[in-house]
Write a protein of this length. Structure first.
Lengths: 596, 263, 131
């Protein structure tokens, strides 16, 4: 097996991974950095993010505002020290991206423009038309080519992580084109592999978002934190689940039910006018909007489509000029996929899984519980999103914590001393290799991979939906356990080595089943409703700070259900309060202002 | 732009309830590494009005033949993974719809002018290498510290390069370019468009360094203005414009050499 | 790194694979006809230098049915040549901004074709007047 020696191995090729690579290269140009991604970096799912990236910019805004919006948006499950660090560093990262060439949309005077976004008090979302993630990713990818110390392993699928002598030792990657294994030894590893939305049926995610890094860490004893918090983005295409950015609403778009009624006013987000208005109606937080849809559906006020019920996202009043300037990709998506011109007709939308708030727990230095292992981006639970993420905080997170991860990994690698036991590592690598190849040896002709995958996706949709019930969650947990048994017996039709995507998809499915189990069991354990985790069981309908102002931790148990534990939430400046939006929010803010 | 007429897809009209789903034949040029010359294999699958070519391929892989190999990810024409030849035309599989190809058969093949790795997957390394060659990053005209904030760039200055920044690296333009097919040393439409994007960015000062590539035999002078690249580009980047504008730029640079004061 | 056994498809007959390429080859082929016409004119110039009798003979050949047929073909080819030239011309120019809006390629092509037609008409009128 080929062995490559690096100082830092970064798993992933998206925004956080590239930002970490650049940060490490700048922090210490003498370190050898391996960027190992299962797809070419510009295919990473960062590319699909649309709306924008938050940073306190305007005179009338403040770090305190961004901090409060984020903590309230997260229903007080955020680690406030991480949020403090985050809001302090967003602006410098956005400026850094601009210096690197990111084509931020501008005001006439040449300054960067900012727009309103869900749950945010003041406009602070930097945007590049409605393709912000695309532009950020391409800027980072192209900029990364400046650094000779970054060696890319494109289309290399990481199938295992190595931990020995209490620290990380490297990763094992499959070269997709040949099916050959490569051992990449390193002193530090940064996991930046993205979220796990593909475990659900309807989702905005690309095929690659399968929780690989989360599962790798999980299998090596790292607990996964807050996995029950899965964000349903309220405005997605029925069927494929493709995303219609929150920016549609930021620019003034409205949501109406089958009667043309702006139903959000019935769910504590009103009054409907004046519009647009921050933190009210369609600019409320995503979890509340998705929950409102669920209620409307129950009341029979949604619009049936061939892919399930939907509501209408109406952008007509924005006018063609504004749509072309601010939301061109949305218009393209609506026209090409649905045959709808948003200037003429409303777009059918419904919630779909979009973002994984939970993941590998990290501290403010992006460090995980394993020395030398760092994590950044959606795969990490950095603590800033809590129970619900605000739109445009994720793209900013990639840069802020991507940089931290890169710098900290560089520091760790430079001070790491002797490399670990090479012989032991090679044995581990051989074991991992055989484990991966076992999939190719099992007889085919039985169940197909897609059946297990679809079973998982349906079970997750059923049990871990917008609203959850104990009985359904338990059913999902049982189904997942059964599916894991079926996965172990899975045989593939394609038994070759070169470019065998069925093989890699099967390995991904194994990762997904682990992550899905963590999600379902964590959801069962949290007997309250908070943020994106809402339960209909009696006694669980409200937020219960007394018992559940804690993070869940899911530890993998070999051949058994995950063990759920708890950890404290870091509260510094903001004791748990009420999440109030719309008129209630304005009243609360006014009361607070006079009370000061 | 390729015709993407949607024939009223919004209504989502499917065959009448109770009726058997319509079926369509999908033909794929298949190749396995070291497995002899490529050969066509075909499947007939059920389809609905909103299904894309990508979804057809996924159906085949999920239910009929797990060895069918193709790249894909975002499903919304922004990641650039799923480029392929659809009935001889370079298209993105995720935004090419069966309803526009019905009754079929639909002929699928790996992107033209690239070596086939397996089935619909091509060797993209040459293109990736070219991306790195063109210095695809800002070399600031005026240095600026982070604490000094962003550069000023008016909407007009942004407009000068913005469309060239929309390239999703899907390589359809290379599949459309016969000059690239005849000589892969040609820098090609996509890489030149990205080069032009940086040259036109008001913040960048590395135009001269990039022009060496432009002037060369493998630079813009291999282009004979076929123009098919811009036709097939799914993001209206107009690479033909980038390449041919640089022919003028290259010629002017050449004549400028004779002016006093230039090297 | 293991050797990858890729397959390179041949380029033979590439221009027959797509109507777009056929039109491109037709466009390129028109330049042959442009050269042919230039040679005819050059031939006429030579005959002119050789005196009135030789020049009149050349003019008579021009009026022959074979020549007329060839010139009709040339006219059609030149029309396609001119149109396809202006069709690709916008690609060679930086964006033309008029009154804050970018001029679409169609407008540039139309303007070019209009100028060509006007120039041809003017030349034709001039030739008729002088004849």
């Amino acid at each position: 097996m080929e062995v490559f020696q690096a100082d830092i191995a970064i798993v992933g090729g998206g925004g956080a991974a590239l930002r970490a690579a650049i940060a490490a290269a700048e922090a210490n140009p003498r370190l050898a950095i391996a960027l190992v991604s299962k797809v070419y970096p510009m295919r990473s799912h960062t590319v699909a993010a649309e709306g924008g990236s938050a940073a306190v910019t305007l005179e009338e805004d403040s770090l305190e505002n961004h901090f409060h919006d984020t903590v309230a948006g997260g229903d007080w499950l955020c680690d406030q020290d991480a949020v403090e660090y985050f809001v302090e560093h967003c602006l410098e990262e956005m400026v850094q991206l601009e210096h690197w060439g990111c084509p931020w949309s501008r005001r006439p005077d040449g300054r960067v423009n900012v727009r309103a976004f869900g749950g945010m008090k003041i406009e602070r979302t930097w945007f590049a038309a409605d393709m912000t993630g695309f532009h950020m990713l391409h800027t980072l990818f192209q900029t990364s080519m400046k650094y000779p110390s970054i060696r890319r392993f494109d289309e290399h699928f990481v199938c295992d992580l190595f931990v020995d002598e209490g620290r990380v030792q490297g990763v094992l990657a499959i070269e997709v084109a040949t099916g050959e294994f490569r051992l990449i030894r390193s002193h530090a590893v940064v996991i930046a592999t993205g979220g796990a939305g593909r475990v659900f049926r309807q989702n905005t995610n690309g095929g690659i978002v399968t929780g690989d890094g989360m599962a790798l860490a999980y299998r090596h004893g790292v607990p996964l934190r807050d996995m029950e918090f899965v964000q349903y983005h309220p405005t997605c295409m029925p069927g494929p689940g493709l995303l219609f950015t929150e920016a549609c609403r930021g620019e003034g778009g409205i949501l109406v039910n089958k009667d043309g009624y702006r139903y959000l006013q019935d769910y504590g987000l009103g009054p409907p006018d004046p519009w647009p208005r921050k933190k009210a109606m369609e600019l409320g937080p995503r979890d509340r909007l998705s929950q409102a849809f669920w209620h409307e559906q129950r009341k029979g006020r949604t619009i049936p489509t061939i892919h399930g019920d939907a509501v209408h996202l109406d952008l007509r009043h924005l006018g063609r000029a504004k749509l072309t300037e601010r939301l061109p990709q949305i218009c393209e998506l609506a026209e090409r996929f649905l045959g709808i011109d948003p200037a003429e007709a409303p777009i059918p939308v419904r919630p779909a899984v979009h973002y994984t708030m939970g993941g590998i727990p990290t501290d403010v230095g992006a460090a995980t519980p394993i020395p030398g292992l760092f994590a950044a981006g959606e795969c990490a639970s950095s603590g800033i999103h809590g129970a619900n993420r605000l739109g445009s905080n994720s793209l900013a997170e990639l840069c802020v914590f991507g940089k931290v991860a890169g710098e900290q990994a560089a520091r760790f690698a430079a001070g790491a001393g002797e490399a670990g036991n090479g012989v032991a590592l090679r044995w581990q690598a051989q074991d991992a290799r055989e484990e991966a190849l076992r999939l190719l040896e099992r007889p085919s002709g039985g169940e197909r991979l897609a059946q297990i995958r679809d079973g998982m996706a349906k079970a997750m949709e059923q049990g871990c939906g917008i609203y959850r019930l104990a009985g359904e969650l338990e059913g999902t947990c049982r189904t997942l356990a059964e599916l894991k048994g079926r996965w172990v017996a899975l045989g593939l039709q394609d038994r070759s080595r070169a470019w065998n995507t069925e093989w890699l998809t099967a390995i991904e499915l194994g990762f997904q089943l682990d992550v899905a189990e963590a999600m379902a069991h964590s959801a069962l354990a949290r007997r309250e409703s908070r943020g994106a985790h809402q339960r209909l069981d009696p006694g669980c309908l409200e937020r219960d700070d007394a018992r559940f102002l804690k993070h869940t931790l899911a530890w993998r148990v070999h051949a058994g259900a995950p063990r759920i534990g708890w950890s404290d939430v870091v509260i510094t400046r903001s004791p748990p309060g009420t999440r109030a939006y719309g008129a209630a929010g304005e009243a609360a803010e006014a009361a607070e202002a006079t009370g000061k | 732009m390729p015709d993407t007429s949607t024939h009223g897809a919004a209504s989502g009209a499917s065959p009448a309830p109770g009726a058997a789903p319509e079926r369509i034949e999908i033909q794929v040029l298949r190749y396995a590494p070291g497995g002899g010359a490529p050969a066509t294999q075909s499947w007939t699958i059920p389809w609905t009005r909103d299904m894309s070519v990508l979804q057809a391929l996924q159906y085949i892989k999920d239910h009929l033949d797990g060895s069918l190999t193709f790249r894909w990810s975002c499903r919304m024409a922004i990641c650039g993974s799923c480029g392929m030849m659809v009935n001889g035309v370079p298209r993105l599989g995720c935004e090419t719809f069966l309803r526009d190809l019905a009754p079929g058969p639909v002929r699928l093949e790996a992107l033209a002018h690239f070596p086939i790795e397996r089935d619909l997957v091509v060797d993209a390394e040459d293109f990736i290498g070219k991306l790195a060659k063109i210095k695809p990053y800002i070399v600031p005209k005026e240095p600026r510290g982070l604490d000094e904030g962003t550069y000023f760039q008016t909407p007009e200055e942004l407009a000068r390069y913005e469309s060239f920044s929309h390239c999703i690296n899907c390589m359809l333009c290379y599949a459309a370019c016969p000059q690239y097919g005849l000589d892969p040393k040609f820098l090609g439409p996509g890489a030149t468009a990205l080069l032009h994007r940086y040259n036109c960015d008001s913040r960048d000062g590395a135009r001269e360094e990039r022009m060496d590539l432009v002037h060369s035999e493998e630079g813009v002078w291999s282009c004979t203005a076929v123009g098919y690249c811009s036709e097939v580009c799914p993001k209206a980047v107009d690479p033909a414009s980038a390449v041919n504008q640089n022919k003028t730029a290259s010629a002017l640079d050449w004549f400028a050499r004779f002016l006093p004061g230039r090297k | 790194m293991a050797i990858r056994r890729t397959y390179l498809r041949p380029m033979d007959g590439w221009w027959r694979r797509d109507p777009f390429f056929l039109r491109y080859m037709a466009r390129e082929a028109t330049s042959v006809f442009v050269v042919a016409y230039a040679l005819i004119l050059l031939w006429g110039l030579v005959r002119l230098a050789e005196g009135e009798a030789r020049f009149d003979a050349w003019l008579a050949w021009l009026a022959s049915p074979l020549s007329v047929a060839f010139h009709v073909l040339l006219l059609a080819v030149f029309a396609y040549h001119t149109w396809s030239w202006f069709a690709i011309m916008p690609k060679t120019m930086p964006p033309v901004v008029v009154g804050g809006r970018r001029l679409p390629a169609r407008a540039i092509t139309a303007a070019g074709v209009a100028v060509a037609v006007a120039a041809s008409a003017a030349l034709f009128a001039l030739a008729t007047v002088l004849a």
